[in-house]
Write a protein that binds this ligand. Structure first.
Ligand code: MG
Length: 355
């Protein structure tokens, strides 16, 4: 199976509602689909969404990175997988989402060549999962009604986006908490919106009301490692690192410092599946559980995340793979059935992508 061509295509899909965090607002999805073709007619699909405020990539830079890598992998055999991966990751630095899209397509091909679903190739067995859903940041009444709507659709875990105003954030969380049944789990994501001191004050205010979220995600700047440690030492609410951890190296540093409780793995940060799996393994070494998350991205790359979740189900115990459910419509089928909070993996080979 020799790689003969790599094509790119832009996927556009409308959202049900605008996606609003402390870093950005998105009104419709636009991401990059990769089609890797082989000499035997096999085709592998990959995908990634540019998220400039997190990975520094744009649609233009992703396409340019793929074009740059292309000559280093055209003509190579899929069976020579490690050489291909090595060329992707050493010929150009960073560009993690572009590399992830490429890795996803190559793993799709590798699984197809061994005639099995990707999760089985990766050693997974679990085929049923539950994901949370994101509640966009906004006015309190709107956040409450969005939360109640999500619960009606069957979600029992909500990820609440906050981070633009610490005082308002406390009010939002208390109001949402009070409006929901006790059995609904809250995850809080401040997307780097607070300082370390604000985080402690705010979380103490919530804890005083007996509101202890499943975790607080990335309250401080990605590079504020000392801030994470400062918070962890002072609050009861578990601390999850997202933007602070792209690589295994980033994770090791935080885990050795005992600065966090959980790791958020995203393929767009880890430059694909290979390092995502390594990140799960390193977390396990430290006895730390992981969540697998996604950017606002499309069905192919979210499906790849589910396959990774299956492969590392012992350590990836939380899923934040709601991006497909946020889309009003899209033209792609994969091996995954996304039915609101339930995600079910089928036995289709590879990622099971059809258009
Ligand atoms: Mg996050």
């Amino acid at each position: 199976m020799k790689i003969t061509n790599i094509r790119t295509s832009i996927l556009k899909a409308p959202l049900k509602n605008p996606f609003i965090t402390s870093l950005r607002r998105v009104d419709s999805l636009e991401d990059l689909v990769l089609i890797v073709e082989c000499d035997d007619g096999s085709v592998g699909y990959g995908e990634g969404a540019p998220t400039p405020v997190i990975t520094g990539e744009t649609m233009g830079s992703m396409i340019a990175a793929i074009e740059y890598i292309k000559p280093f992998i055209l003509g190579l055999e899929i069976e020579d997988f490690n050489t291909i991966l090595n060329n992707i990751h050493t010929r150009i630095l960073k560009n993690t989402t572009a590399k992830s899209a490429l890795e996803i397509a190559l793993y799709d091909l590798k699984a197809k060549s061994s005639k099995q679903p990707l999760y089985k190739l990766l050693g997974g067995t679990q085929t049923k999962f539950r994901t949370d859903i994101t509640i966009s940041m906004g006015e309190i009444e709107k956040m409450i009604s969005d939360s109640l709507d999500a619960v009606k659709l069957g979600y029992d875990t909500l990820k609440i986006k906050i981070g633009d105003n610490p005082q308002k954030d406390v009010e939002r969380i208390i109001a949402i908490h009070d409006a929901l049944d006790e059995n609904i789990t809250l995850r809080l994501d401040a997307n780097q919106g607070w300082t370390a001191k604000e985080s402690v004050t705010l979380l103490h205010a919530l804890e005083k009301q007996d509101i202890i979220a499943e975790f607080i995600e990335q309250p401080v700047s990605a590079d504020d490692i000392d801030g994470l440690k400062y918070i962890k030492e002072r609050v009861q609410t578990p601390l999850l690192a997202d933007e602070s951890i792209f690589s295994v190296k980033d994770a090791r540093r935080l885990l050795e410092m005992q600065a966090i409780d959980y790791v958020n793995i995203k393929l767009a940060k880890t430059a694909g599946i290979t390092q995502a799996i390594e990140l799960a393994d390193v977390s396990k070494e430290f006895g730390v559980k992981c969540m697998i998350g996604c950017m606002l991205e499309g069905p192919i790359s979210v499906a790849a995340g589910v396959h990774v979740a299956s492969a590392k189900a012992d350590v990836i115990t939380m899923l934040d793979l709601d991006a497909v459910s946020l889309l009003a419509s899209h033209p792609v089928n994969t091996s995954i059935v996304f039915n609101e909070s339930e995600i079910i993996l089928s036995e289709n080979v590879g990622l099971g992508v059809t258009f």
